[in-house]
Ligand binder design. Structure first.
Ligand code: SF4
Ligand code: SF3
Length: 550
């Protein structure tokens, strides 16, 4: 195996340049190469699936291919999958799909262009070597590379949201086709203008993808409502569910109802408690711990099994006691951890996790009390009169959108300090795991409206955009940027990239992005984002408060 790698897709990338020896996230070169090759093969599928002779109607399998592509993109998201075997099996499948498409196109008597991405057929023994030639750095022009990777990370985030929606039966063929087209475009186009236009289009499609997931979640589980969530523990053993997938936790809740155990949420699963059809399970006991990066200590003290439905996994230390009680499902994977697969109807058998939980001790209490959330668009619209009055009479001066991701780097303490320093007439709108930097502070309320309004998961940033659009309508403004709303967003992985592109496509300007700007933005691409959208990094709390006019 070649020891070198290159990955710069997340905020923690080494030295704000790129991980070259191993990932700060724990990804080793073998896994990094496997992900590079998988992405390359997905681009190949994109190229062939959009060949002009490829009649989309002949293809009964196209829906399955969409699902495969989305799952494969998802498994390359930061902290989703560290299991080289599971990534290799996706490469096997990708080669099979590409060749299947090729056969159909060639059967029409056309000659395909001589492209390596359409021709390469290696064996598993050759995967690692091949990957070295097709990774991020295989594109020499740094601006083209930057535009391609920005687009690719947007697609990865979008694919994640589409996968959640599809598990609830909500699928949009047009968005899925867009992903295939864009994968092909990223492979074959080297025109900066076309690539820039494609990045902006990806943002637009990101809005549609988040709208689809919102519809899937709210149709299936009801609209999130204001909810107090217990952060303490009960006396029974429990299962801790991490990640983002509501369908998984619903199935687990259903199967464990009479098992004498409790179900707890971790990190981005917290919003489970806000949905009427999920919170009605009496053994959905509470939220245990904090954001993903605290898992090493929190999984130790939890004592029971843990289920990862999606990212973010932190590889355990060699002597972690919880190693034998972690399970993965969907696009996630980790060597040695048991992976749970759905049957053809999407049903999963969680009996092994439930049985294991019964043999475990109850969780150790690490905190007590409650946190409040459930302020997604429907709930906020219900409070619209109150909110509008508070703005009109000056009780609320500014809304500060602080959505996005949390992370382990010390410089993220900025967000806690920023939340603390906000004057008492400012309200934080949040979504994603970024909230853990301030959702346990006692920031009080404004006339009964809490000063931290949590809409839900990172994908529920869509709710925050809807709330802004609603306020624009109520105040009769012609521009979303005239609202008393400012954006101080924290990013970490690629779902935050699609959220950012989606906000840009909705016309939101002057977003502050931190704690550092993406390493994959070349100086020229960063300049375009600054000039056209006013994007900037963060500075100090004091300075940024001034810049925001707070
Ligand atoms: Fe580095 Fe982030 Fe890539 Fe992991 S995902 S290898 S931390 S850039
Ligand atoms: Fe968090 Fe990984 Fe991004 Fe879903 S769980 S917001 S970091």
């Amino acid at each position: 195996m070649n020891e070198k790698m290159f990955c710069f897709q997340c905020q923690e990338t080494a030295g704000c340049v790129g991980c070259k020896i191993s990932g700060v996230c724990g990804k080793n070169p073998l896994v990094a190469h496997a992900q590079d090759l998988l992405i390359y093969m997905l681009k190949g599928i994109g190229v062939i699936a959009n060949h002009k002779t490829c009649d989309k109607k002949y293809c009964d399998n196209r829906k399955k291919i969409h699902a495969f592509v989305n799952d494969s993109l998802f498994c390359t998201i930061t902290n989703a999958n560290f299991d080289v075997e599971s990534i290799y099996s996706r490469i096997d499948k990708a080669l099979e799909i590409r060749n299947w498409f090729k056969e159909r196109v060639l059967s029409k008597g056309v000659t395909l262009p001589k492209l390596d991405v359409l021709e390469w057929n290696g064996t598993r023994e050759q995967y690692d070597e091949k990957a070295m030639t097709v990774g991020v750095l295989s594109e020499n022009n740094e601006d083209i590379r930057s535009l391609k990777e920005l687009n690719m990370y947007g697609l990865k985030g979008m694919a994640a949201y589409l996968e959640h929606a599809s598990r609830l039966g909500f699928v949009d063929g047009d968005i899925n086709e867009y992903i295939l087209q864009t994968l092909g475009l990223i492979m074959t186009c080297n025109d900066a203008d076309k690539l820039t236009a494609s990045v902006l289009k990806t943002g637009e499609m990101g809005v549609s993808a988040m709208a689809l997931l919102d519809k899937a979640n709210t149709t299936t589980y009801g609209n999130p409502e204001i909810t107090e969530v217990n952060i303490g523990v009960g006396t029974r053993p429990g299962i801790l569910v991490s990640g983002h997938d509501l369908n998984d936790i619903q199935q687990l809740l259903e199967q464990s109802q009479d098992a004498g155990i409790d179900i707890y949420t971790h990190s981005e699963m917290l919003p489970t408690h806000y949905y009427p059809k999920l919170k009605r399970y009496s053994h959905l006991k509470g939220n245990y711990g904090n954001a993903w990066w605290k898992q090493r200590e929190e999984f130790e003290s939890f004592n029971g099994p843990i289920l990862f439905t999606t990212n973010c996994i932190v590889p355990p230390t060699a002597n972690a006691s919880y190693k034998d009680r972690v399970f993965t499902t969907n696009s996630t994977g980790f060597p040695g951890w048991k992976h749970i697969v759905a049957d053809e109807n999407g049903r999963k058998d969680f009996s092994e996790i439930i049985a294991l939980a019964k043999t475990c001790q109850s969780p150790k209490e690490i905190e007590t009390g409650k946190i409040v959330g459930g302020f997604a668009h429907n709930q906020v619209f219900a409070l619209a009169d109150k909110v509008v009055d508070a703005v009109k009479n000056g009780a609320i001066r500014k809304f500060v959108v602080m959505a996005g991701c949390d992370g382990r780097m010390k410089n993220r303490e900025y967000y806690t300090e920023f939340a603390k320093a906000l004057p008492k007439d400012c309200v934080i709108l949040t979504a994603g795991c970024a909230k853990y930097k301030y959702n346990k502070l006692d920031l009080g309320d404004i006339g009964g409206i809490p000063r931290v309004l949590d809409a839900g998961q990172c994908n529920d940033s869509y709710s925050l955009a809807l709330i802004a659009l609603k306020l624009k309508e109520v105040f009769g403004l012609d521009d979303i940027n005239k609202l008393p709303v400012v954006y101080n967003i924290a990013w970490y992985e690629q779902k935050a990239v699609i959220v950012l592109l989606a906000l840009l496509s909705l016309g939101v300007k002057n977003i502050h992005l931190g704690p550092t700007l993406p390493a994959f933005l070349s100086p020229n691409v960063a300049k375009v984002l600054v000039e056209n959208f006013g994007i900037s990094g963060i500075t100090t709390v004091e300075e940024d408060l001034k810049i925001f006019g707070i």
